[in-house]
Design a protein around this ligand. Structure first.
Ligand code: PBG
Length: 332
């Protein structure tokens, strides 16, 4: 056993003896305020229906979505990330930038219901295009520059509806600059950009594509999302997004890319968000439902690990549950 100067054995277990001692010396604390809760809005009315592939998560219609926002606010969650869907899909995903679209309507409803919650919106075309890709096609290719123009229009429509933060998730080159330029020229200088900067082509988005009805009809997203093997390239993506005006950068997925979170944290001074994605959520839910692990401890450990890697903001489907658990354990 290692010994200190006086040859006394070092006893690291001393500070692990009681819950109070462990709490006193804890290095990382996750707080509800840093959590962002994703919310799925769908066309129609009277809808609150559980998403098969994401137990505990729901599709909400505009007339009911304020309930989701109020639950998050009551639990103390810091913000929401809104995902919309088209009533009618089209090649260019035109509904995505429609002022009457479900996202834009939901923004207004949520802002009125819980004005203090930070309202972020996912800016992408994949739930609105009939081919399911995140941009506009020319032939079978996703055309970068045509897509960037559309993405900027979508972001503007969200800002006009009252979003605090727009989050472009399409991974086209140059979209952060285009969004910033358009927002500024239209007077939305105070609307922040949270860029999905390091977004990988991941199998862990599987359950989400059911939730957002956004699976590509042909091909995959490897032509625009990052190769899972690359970290230097991820750093370049972050560099570009910061240079183009991103206020917050997202690493996604979070759990399977903790090394990327840590490196982005150490190399950049902007706030870093980690997105614990649908597959990472569903895996824990599925195992817990079989009694193979304890859901509550597993989610707490997951979020702690993401925070320990350096995330300031954590986007997670377990945000409301975790926020409630934290309040409960404080009151005990
Ligand atoms: C849309 C988008 C996706 C996710 C967030 N925004 C799916 C994708 O890129 O295929 C994934 C979220 C999750 O899996 O939780 N581009």
């Amino acid at each position: 056993m290692f010994a200190d100067e006086g040859s006394r054995p070092v006893r690291l277990r001393r500070l692990r003896k009681t819950p109070a001692l462990r709490a006193l010396v804890r290095e990382i604390r996750v707080s509800a305020q840093q959590l962002v809760y994703p919310v799925f809005v769908v066309p129609g009315s009277g809808v609150k229906s559980e998403i098969d592939s994401m137990p505990g998560q729901f599709h909400w219609s505009v007339d009911r979505v304020a309930d989701a926002a109020r639950s998050a606010a009551d639990a103390g969650v810091g913000g929401l990330l809104l995902f919309g869907q088209a009533a009618i899909k089209s090649p260019s995903g035109s509904e995505a930038s429609d002022s009457d679209g479900v996202t834009q309507q939901a923004i207004e409803v949520i802002k009125a219901a819980v004005p203090d919650l930070v309202l972020c919106t996912d800016v992408c075309l994949c739930s609105y295009t009939d081919h399911g890709h995140c941009g506009v096609l020319v032939g079978d290719e996703v055309d970068n520059d045509a897509s960037v123009d559309r993405v900027a229009q979508v972001a503007l429509s969200h800002a006009q509806a009252g979003a605090d933060v727009v989050a472009p998730s399409d991974m086209m080159d140059g979209r952060v600059r285009a969004v910033r330029t358009l927002l500024d020229s239209e007077g939305f200088i105070d609307v922040s950009i949270m860029a999905y900067a390091a977004k990988y082509a991941s199998a862990f988005y599987g359950p989400f594509r059911d939730a957002a009805d956004s699976a590509p009809m042909f091909g995959d997203r490897h032509g625009y999302q990052l190769d899972p093997a690359n970290i230097r390239e991820a750093i370049r993506e972050v560099e570009l997004d910061v240079a183009e005006g991103a206020d917050i950068v997202i690493v996604k997925p979070g759990l399977t890319y903790l090394d990327v979170v840590a490196q982005v944290r150490s190399q950049f001074d902007v706030p870093v968000a980690a997105y614990v994605v649908s597959g990472e959520y569903a895996a824990i839910k599925a195992a817990a439902s079989r009694g193979w692990l304890d859901e509550r401890t597993a989610f707490m450990e997951t979020l702690t690990s993401v925070a320990r890697a350096g995330a300031d903001v954590i986007i997670t489907y377990s945000a409301i549950d975790v926020a409630r658990w934290m309040t409960e354990s404080r009151s005990r």
